[in-house]
Design a protein around this ligand. Sequence first.
Ligand code: NAD
Ligand code: MG
Length: 400
Amino acid sequence: MTAQGIVVLGATGSIGASTLDVVARHPDRYRVVGLSAHRDIERLAELCMIHRPAYAGIADATLASELKDRLRHAGLDTRVLAGPDGLAELAAQPDATMVMAAIVGAAGLQPTLAAVRSDKRVLLANKESLVMAGDLFMREVRERNITLLPIDSEHNAIFQCMPPDFNRGLQAVGVSRVLLTASGGPFRNASLESLREVTPEQACAHPNWSMGRKISVDSATLMNKGLEVIEAHWLFDAPPEMIDVVVHPQSVIHSMVAYRDGSVLAQLGNPDMRTPIAHAMAWPERIDAGVEPLNLIDIARLDFQAADQAHFPCLGLAYEALRLGGTATAVLNAANEIAVEAFLKGELAFTTIPEVIEQTLHALGHAQADSLETVIEWDSAARSYARRLVADPRDRRFNA
Ligand code: NAD
Ligand code: MG
């Protein structure tokens, strides 16, 4: 068997590290063609020394020459591709058959689309691509008939619990509900008063998963689950009223699919992203992922509760944006990125994150998301609006 070429976008992140761990376990099956990072050239150069890719992509083009120097000094002939266009070029490398899309945030959209447009198998971790431009994105996936496999643990679980022909429509294959599980994050049982005082360190200390800082904050506000409802809508063509969120603190059941006859199928496993990554890389085969086997006797019990939308309004805002449709979910995503960034810098209270998003969503309204340009315009407008709310409390209606 010849090893398949893989490009890892966002190689220096948490998903990037788990992907490279799985790749390294199977040198006969996979070889790294390209790796990318935003700014961390030191880590990127280290990864290049280990995996010896033909290409390295650096999003911040001002760091390209420094990266070239480092690679040359290390005796590597890795070619450097720089800036957003460079990342898109990396994602389209003819030598690769699959692309791991693991950039965080809106910056992931264009390189991920470039992978779709060059007919790769796309392993999708960057949920923000679907939240921003799900309609356009899925249209291209279907037109080109590419293999899109979800990496997000919930969606990967749902994919595993769906019948192979689910693309015929959920009604047609007898699916009645999609049940997304949520850990509830680190503040599942916190009081409203204590939520106001939450620090970035507390928000990033997730009880079950170790992840990048942005998604960790999203998990703490439940916006991550909101983004996942939108992601599930696009991946499985499920209307919002068919998607339920169930809080399951142990994160052992990664999600479930309920069928018309009363059957509920679940996918279980230890909370380790290498399972969905290995599943998607090898699908329809199965390979070793380095994950500890699940020990149900040690786990002993699985608990479930309803999501508390009063304490965590982000979940309801995501459902609202999905029902509004068009550019509303791109606005939701952009306002969330700005609010989370401000929270991580200590400029915004944890409980103000949903307020910034809500005002941005309601103030901007929405339009049809009929082209990528339109989506990007609305994304920028929402960022500017949310930035003003962060900078100047006098602009905030919720404080008046
Ligand atoms: P991370 O912060 O650990 O890593 C992000 C990666 O993206 C890094 O390599 C970084 O260099 C790169 N990046 C950041 N900004 C960029 C920009 N402007 N341009 C180009 N590259 C940029 O994040 P993560 O936890 O690995 O998450 C990555 C994606 O996977 C996110 O969309 C997240 O929602 C999704 N996801 C992550 C997990 C998880 O367990 N970590 C689970 C499910 C889904
Ligand atoms: Mg998830």
